[in-house]
Design a protein around this ligand. Structure first.
Ligand code: GLS
Length: 829
């Protein structure tokens, strides 16, 4: 590859790139060389960050040759590439994952030890790239891991935010947000390629012109920025494959010609650069609740336009015939964030490549597929026509034309049903004229999928009903999955060893093999070893918590975890009501303390900074936790822990230690959930509603090994229809009333009744997510949990069965489903 343009004569220059020797000596040599020549320090003058960076460079060096190879192949092979377009990738730490993928863990550990370095100390300094909010971003990271492991040519495209998801701290129990300067100590895992930058334009006007007798339209933009790609390696597990994650950073163009800044004023013009660079400055911290902010639309267009241009210009061969584009690429739209890519591809094909509209539309429809990740109507992204037209005038024209032709098709099919036309139009009229991005994606995509069976069903029946009637075959389901490499093999090394000992190593890439553990659930010796692993994982978590200044875990406690974004629909409040009710029962003497299973309630959750109610719930959890944990009367029985700044790294310590997984959203609101899968896979039993992927987890692990409670989705609908009055539940249930009254009394706020008043009245008079309606059923299920936990042998058996039957939730299986049902692409080695 080094020789394409140059005419080298040196033998080294024409030799293939080779990896360093895969031996302790080879690794140590490369490590020291990187320390000296890349970090500019000697071993004795280096600090732990130098050593970490040099280690990262060394791991990279081993992957490099294969990466060159795979990228070269991508150009020449006729294979279809999956281009995953996602505004978020919640990657987690890279070092361990890459060591594992490249089979270097033992070699690196020993080589460093011989240099006098404990590799664990280096692990600790890695700052995880938090370029996502929660499940949606983490899912993207799992998917690219699986695609690399399955040797599917893939490019993940996204944004290299300078600041990822904020760092959460607590002050007086309330969330404060701090910027996540994840790049500050260096970013050894990515490679900047300023020479491959794309120019991305914005605003301006459109005009028609005569192109050799053909009237065409062109966009005359007003300003532009450079999109600079940063490439990250995405190594497959033990297969030598290295795919690419390409994240774009915004940089001002040399002639940054935003007219308002174009005053010849030097200081102003330097400031103008900041304007351009703002585009990739920060991740929007809202999960499932889009903000219609202009900068957000800029981000979306910025990364999608750069990605499409990059693929066409740099990944495809020069002489590529664009009519064949659908054979070479599928652009998978991860939620609506990248949907502006649809009119962008049309613009490229029609305005730049001069294809006929119909031909371009036929290509575009085959090149996109859309995954919807929500059911909340307010979470479906919508852009005002005003804003979109101002920022992307040509795209708005294209969207109008797509819509006109689409509505003609609707009329042909269903007649002049004006109500239907209005309902299906990509352009909404109320409360303001807007572009409904989910509809645009549905019209343009070859397939539309939900992320769990129930979710896909509800998409067809409710959210996108008219579209599903029009195109029943367009709609499909792919239930989410999680990567077993990160969330079992790396996060739970002891359980992994136990499984490997029992079943051989193949489960890491063929998770259904975990079925083999079913038989062992009845083996007392195996159960004992399984229980010992759980206990050891709890001790490990306890050390992690202590190192963060939290209280340690108590022996014998059931570890009850609720780890996910803070959102009303997820119902952390219901969990708090259970804690308060148990606490109140013990201190009032109504519950015999000896009958209560000792429990530690562990929360991990960030709230969007502008989401007031969610922040109040955080405050309540901390307030309740403080009182409960300090009260002598429940000492040794109840403990509440809420470590700040829950992230992927912390999840990797919590999940293997958990006994009980709280998945308690109101039925019909959680599209899938993926934490639920990770926890079951690590032997936690679920207490959950029939929502999202819980439904499938329960079916697979069996009713005996799952604590189901709450209304089903149709029951929720029925109660709404009949008129939901939460206060009735409050009146009728003594335990519920006492719990809410205790919160309202100021018991958790030093007697101040005003602090949680908004929360309490929200519960009593609004309670959109029906926590009160499900309270009794939830408490009953928690009683069943207590009873079940009392029989440790039976509990461990259930835990093993959860592991054994969770193989379906591997993201490898999810990728196979996408490949078969949506992408029609195949692995290529
Ligand atoms: C989400 C859903 O809320 C989750 O239920 C789902 O598991 C995840 C991945 O499909 O996507 N949608 C969203 O906006 N954030 C999510 O985590």
């Amino acid at each position: 590859e080094n020789t394409s343009e140059l005419r080298p004569t040196h033998p080294l220059a024409i030799a293939p790139v080779v990896a360093p020797a895969a031996s302790v000596d080879g690794f140590a040599k490369q490590f020291l060389q990187n320390l000296n020549f890349d970090q500019g320090v000697t071993l004795s003058t280096s600090d732990v960050n130098d050593q970490y960076l040099a280690l990262a460079y060394t791991v990279r060096d081993y992957l490099m040759a294969r990466w060159f190879d795979d990228r070269a192949k991508q150009k020449t092979q006729q294979a279809k590439t999956v281009c995953y377009l996602s505004a978020e990738y919640l990657l987690g730490r890279q070092l361990d994952n890459n060591l594992l993928a490249a089979r270097l863990t033992d070699i690196a550990t020993e080589a460093l030890a011989q240099c006098g370095i404990d590799i664990d100390d280096l692990r600790q300094v890695e700052i995880e790239p938090g370029l996502g909010n929660g499940g949606l971003g983490r899912l993207a990271a799992c998917f690219i891991d699986s695609l690399a492991t399955m040797s599917v040519p893939t490019i993940g495209y996204g944004i290299r935010y300078e600041y990822g998801i904020f760092r959460q701290a607590f002050a007086d129990g309330q969330q404060v947000e701090q910027p996540d300067a994840w790049l500050r100590m260096g970013s050894p895992w990515d490679f900047a390629h300023p020479e491959a930058a794309q120019t991305i334009s914005f605003a301006g006007t459109t005009e028609t012109y005569d192109d050799d007798g053909v009237e065409r339209t062109r966009w005359v933009p007003e300003w532009n920025v450079l999109a600079v790609p940063y490439n990250m390696m995405v190594p497959g597990y033990h297969n030598g494959r290295v795919n690419t994650l390409r994240l774009w950073r915004a940089v001002a163009t040399n002639a940054f010609d935003l007219h308002t800044f174009n005053s010849g004023d030097y200081v102003q013009s330097v400031r103008a650069q900041t304007f351009a660079e703002n585009i990739s400055k920060v991740l929007y911290p809202e999960d499932s609740t889009p903000q219609g902010k202009e900068l957000r639309l800029q981000q979306q267009y910025f990364f999608v336009a750069a990605s499409i241009a990059d693929f066409i210009e740099n990944v495809l061969p020069d002489d590529f015939d664009l009519d064949d584009l659908p054979e070479r690429v599928i652009f998978q739209l991860n939620d609506t964030h990248p949907v502006i890519g649809v009119p962008e591809l049309m613009r490229v094909l029609v305005d730049e490549k001069k294809l006929e509209w119909d031909a371009a539309w036929a290509i575009t429809q085959k090149c996109f597929a859309y995954t919807c990740h929500t059911l909340l109507p307010e979470a479906l992204e919508v852009w005002s026509v005003d804003l979109l037209g101002r920022l992307l005038p040509r795209h708005l024209e294209i969207i109008y034309r797509i819509n006109d032709e689409f509505l003609l098709e609707v009329r042909e099919r269903f007649g002049d049903d004006e109500m239907l036309i209005r309902n299906m139009s990509i352009i909404g009229e109320h409360p303001y004229r807007s572009v409904r991005m989910a509809y645009l994606a549905t019209v343009a995509g070859s397939k539309v999928n939900g992320v769990a069976e129930l979710h896909s069903q509800l998409l067809r029946d409710n959210v996108l009903k008219d579209f599903a009637e029009m195109w029943p075959d367009k709609f499909t389901n792919v239930t989410n999955g999680v990567t077993p490499r990160r969330f079992l093999r790396l996060a739970n090394p002891e359980l992994s060893s136990l499984i490997t000992e029992a079943l051989g190593a193949g489960w890491t890439v063929d998770l259904e093999r975990l079925r083999g553990l079913e038989a062992l659930a009845d083996d007392a010796d195996f159960r004992e070893r399984f229980a010992a692993v759980k206990a050891s994982n709890k001790r490990r978590l306890s050390r992690v918590l202590e190192a963060r200044g939290e209280a340690p875990l108590d022996d014998g406690h059931l570890l009850d975890v609720m780890i996910k974004r803070l959102h009303e629909y997820k119902r952390q409040t219901l969990k708090v009501l259970h804690i308060v009710s148990t606490y109140e029962g013990i201190v009032s003497g109504r519950l015999d303390v000896d009958d209560v299973q000792a429990r530690t309630f562990l929360f991990g959750a960030k709230a969007a900074p502008g989401y007031g109610m969610a922040k109040r719930i955080i405050h309540l959890i901390n307030a309740v936790g403080e009182v409960v944990s300090a009260d002598e009367r429940v000492k040794g029985k109840l403990k509440v822990l809420y470590p700040a700044n829950y992230n992927v790294t912390l999840a990797e310590s919590i999940i293997p230690a958990a006994d009980l997984s709280e998945q308690i959203s109101l039925a019909g609101k959680e599209a899938s959930g993926t934490g639920n899968m990770k926890l079951a896979l690590n032997g936690a039993l679920t207490i959950g509603t029939d929502d999202g992927a819980n439904v499938e987890i329960r079916k697979l692990v069996g009713d005996d090994n799952f604590f189901l409670f709450g209304m089903s989705e149709p029951e929720v609908e029925a109660l709404w229809a009949e008129g939901y009055r939460p206060a009735d539940f409050y009146q009728e249930d003594d335990d519920l009333r006492r719990a809410i009254d205790l919160i309202a009394s100021g018991a958790f706020s030093n007697g101040d009744r005003t602090v949680f008043e908004p929360l309490v009245s929200n519960l009593l008079y609004d309670d959109r997510f029906m926590a009160l309606a499900d309270f009794r059923s939830y408490l009953d299920a928690q009683d069943r949990v207590d009873a079940a936990y009392a029989d440790q042998d039976a509990w461990v058996r259930s835990a093993i069965l959860n592991v054994a039957r969770s193989g379906y939730f591997s993201s490898d299986r999810a990728m196979r489903d996408y490949l078969d049902r949506i992408w029609h692409a195949t692995p290529v080695s």
